[in-house]
Design a binder for this molecule. Structure first.
Ligand code: BDP
Length: 691
């Protein structure tokens, strides 16, 4: 019933060979027919036959890239690239990445920036305006990024698998480096630079200590050299036990002198070959990873030790707050409980990296109460671009609206209005990139990579704007195509929520792969906060997690007046109702329906919405190349089937508790609960990836 077979680590060699042969045949035949519409060009599809005149007042590798991009794509008059120290207000920022673009006429355009990188960004900006038909003269643009650090996190393992990756294997071919250098590295750098991403963590947060071995660092250096002219700094995830595992020390205690020296030496070794190395990302004392608490030390002591080693080189530590220790307390509360008492203890080159929600990248979460809670600590947000909990690369879920909802959430920190976007100083996104030809497993998922970069540059851009830009560059300028497809994209996230986990339900996924529904799931011997029941708490009275005072009181971690709004079941927004309240089946919702009926309607709505996506897409057949048309069409079919699967599974299961009929005016279930319970998908990317 479910046709889903992602690539696994154990892809047999003969299959790989076969794939290569097929690829060669495919490329030969497409070379004869013209360019294959395989998605490999991402949103960078402009004609490259222009012969623009471009002048620059400085020469450098980054400026050379800007010149080459403009020369080959810019259809207008002359472009001047000028490094200039004091430039206009809006374009100033600490990182000097801002720029201005001015012109009087189409005949001559000037891009100014204090930095080479800024000129490169300016060049991509100008080309984007051209590619989206948005050039309006005279130009008077001032831009600078909201955050200095806009970073991708790759959860890529050294063996080529990608944890929670749904686009094939890792793009980093460690086994071939440093001798063989994939052309993809440069294409990757270019795509990121075009949307303002300026940093990347190459390896998984579940980090192998081997990444810090000299032979691996030599490979990392090659990648760093390729990314540098595109303005991208390389970072690495490190394993806290590295001093013991690869250094041969007896301990990895952060207060041990030899351990501290080991990290200092390691930092010196790295900076000798990668002088602009960014620093470390660390997952410590989380899901079995080693950390300072193994030695009775705090997260602050652990982070500071690494920060001290990096400090002389201007490196930083991004220390993750994704911790939940096996206590009896609500998992949603634990990161806050662990980190808030440490506020003020972190050195100034440590940033605490906090996932957007308090649990774990669920289809929809309220923002984590850690945002705004640490007054003397730098905090950054971690978003997930890869769709671990949103249908992998099978389902369409355009995530800009989700990230926007998050960034625009008011924390009310310090008793006044204070949006999440203003409580953070950087943004990380867990990449959805792999070695699939189309990079992200599905064509439409490219939009999430794009949206991440654009929002990290300017969180005030609207989702609509971003979708519009992306569609125009990637597919077509024709409004008859742009408008309906944009509509579909903008509704897609909420649609997934509707058929998976409406009204604040969360983590009722099948255990392990997080793809299908398993609200009944039980992991024998597993910890309670890995069991779906822990999160939905269904019984004959109602459903939902009681996070009020009568329950875990996680709500107390939020500021007033949000706190009061959430405590009160009548003012708690519907979208978070079952996140915060164990709600009776007969509770009257804002719509006037009972909770049970509302739940049924939401699931049904989700199914109908995917059906509508199919209609919208099928109508576009003549507007799109056959290759991408069919690919997307086939994904939407999977999504439509999966939506029904989700709806039937959840409603039939919850119905055994609500004991009420599914309203008769909605689609009847087409599956039996007992059959659905038998489904066991064999997708364990996770198992393969975790070593
Ligand atoms: C969870 C993923 C797991 C990651 C973990 C993390 O299921 O694979 O290792 O987050 O962020 O969402 O560390």
């Amino acid at each position: 019933m479910i046709r889903y077979t992602p690539l696994t680590a154990e892809e047999p060699e003969n299959r790989t060979q076969m794939k290569n042969i097929l690829l060669i045949i495919f490329f030969l035949s497409s070379a004869l027919q013209g360019f294959a519409e395989d998605g490999s060009r991402l949103w960078l599809r402009a004609d490259t036959k222009a012969h623009a005149t471009v002048a620059a007042n400085k020469k450098s590798p980054s400026i050379d890239i800007a010149i080459a991009e403009l020369q080959t794509q810019w259809q207008g008059g002359k472009v001047n690239l000028m490094i200039q120290k004091g430039i206009a207000g809006q374009a100033r920022n600490d990182n000097h990445e801002g720029y201005t673009i001015t012109s009087n006429t189409q005949k001559e355009i000037t891009i100014k920036s204090p930095s080479e990188k800024g000129l490169l960004y300016g060049a991509y900006h100008l080309l984007r305006l051209q590619a989206t038909n948005k050039l309006a003269y005279p130009l008077n643009i001032q831009e600078s990024p909201k955050y200095n650090l806009r970073i991708l996190n790759h959860w890529d393992n050294l063996n080529g698998t990608v944890e929670r990756g749904y686009a094939g294997h890792s793009i980093w071919r460690w086994d071939e480096l440093p001798e063989v250098v994939s052309p993809r590295y440069k294409e990757y750098a270019r795509a990121n630079a075009s949307i303002g991403i300026n940093a990347t963590v190459l390896n998984n947060v579940n980090a192998s200590p081997l990444i810090l071995k000299p032979e691996m660092l030599a490979k990392v250096k090659i990648i760093a050299d390729i990314l540098r002219p595109y303005g991208i700094k390389v970072f690495l995830s490190v394993n806290f036990s590295s001093p013991t595992v690869i250094g041969g020390l007896a301990t990895s205690d952060p207060l041990d002198k030899a351990v501290r020296q080991w990290w200092k030496d390691k930092a010196n070794e790295i900076y000798k070959i990668i002088p602009d190395f960014g620093g470390f990302l660390v997952k410590a004392n989380s899901e079995g990873q080693p950390g300072p608490q193994d030695f009775g030390r705090t997260h602050a002591e652990g982070a500071n030790m690494l920060a001290d080693a990096l400090k002389p080189h201007n490196g930083i530590v991004m220390w993750r707050a994704f911790v939940y220790n096996p206590t009896n307390d609500d998992r949603a509360k634990q990161a806050y409980m662990e980190f808030v008492p440490l506020d003020g203890q972190f050195h100034d080159n440590v940033i605490i990296q906090v996932k957007n929600g308090p649990i774990d990248f669920q289809p929809r979460e309220p923002f984590s109460p850690l945002f705004g809670a640490m007054k003397q600590t730098k905090v950054m947000a971690e978003l997930q671009i890869t769709q671990e909990y949103l249908g992998h690369s099978n389902h369409l879920a355009f995530l800009a609206p989700m990230w926007q909802e998050f960034l625009e959430s008011d924390t009310y920190a310090n008793g006044k209005s204070s949006f999440v976007a203003n409580t953070i100083m950087a943004i990380a996104g867990v990449a959805n990139i792999g070695d699939d030809t189309n990079w992200t497993g599905s064509h439409l998922a490219q939009a999430n990579w794009y949206a991440f970069g654009r929002l990290a540059w300017n969180p005030q851009l609207t989702s609509e704007n971003i979708a519009d830009e992306w569609i125009r560059q990637t597919f077509s300028q024709d409004d008859a195509f742009v408008e309906p497809v944009k509509d579909m994209m903008l509704n897609s996230w909420e649609t997934v929520i509707n058929y998976m986990m409406p009204l604040g339900l969360h983590h009722i996924f099948a255990v392990g792969h997080h793809y299908g529904p398993e609200p009944w799931g039980v992991i024998p011997g597993g910890r309670p906060d890995w069991q779906p029941w822990y999160f939905h708490n269904v019984d004959t009275v109602g459903v939902g997690f009681d996070r009020t005072k009568s329950g875990s009181d996680a709500i107390s971690q939020y500021y007033s007046p949000l706190k009061e709004e959430l405590y009160n079941i009548h003012t708690c927004p519907d979208k978070w109702l079952l996140w915060f309240h164990h709600t009776p089946w007969n509770y009257t919702m804002k719509s006037g329906r009972s909770l049970w009926d509302e739940l049924c309607y939401k699931y049904d709505l989700g199914v109908q919405q995917v059906r509508d996506f199919q209609k919208i897409w099928d109508k576009q057949e003549n507007q799109v190349d056959a290759e991408r048309f069919q690919h997307i069409q086939s994904r939407l079919k999977i999504q439509a089937r999966d939506a029904v699967w989700w709806k039937d599974a959840c409603l039939l299961y919850f119905q055994t508790f609500s004991r009420q009929p599914i309203p008769y005016d909605i689609e009847r279930p087409v599956n039996d609960l007992d059959e659905l319970k038998q489904i066991k998908l064999k997708i364990s990317n996770y198992e393969n990836a975790k070593r």
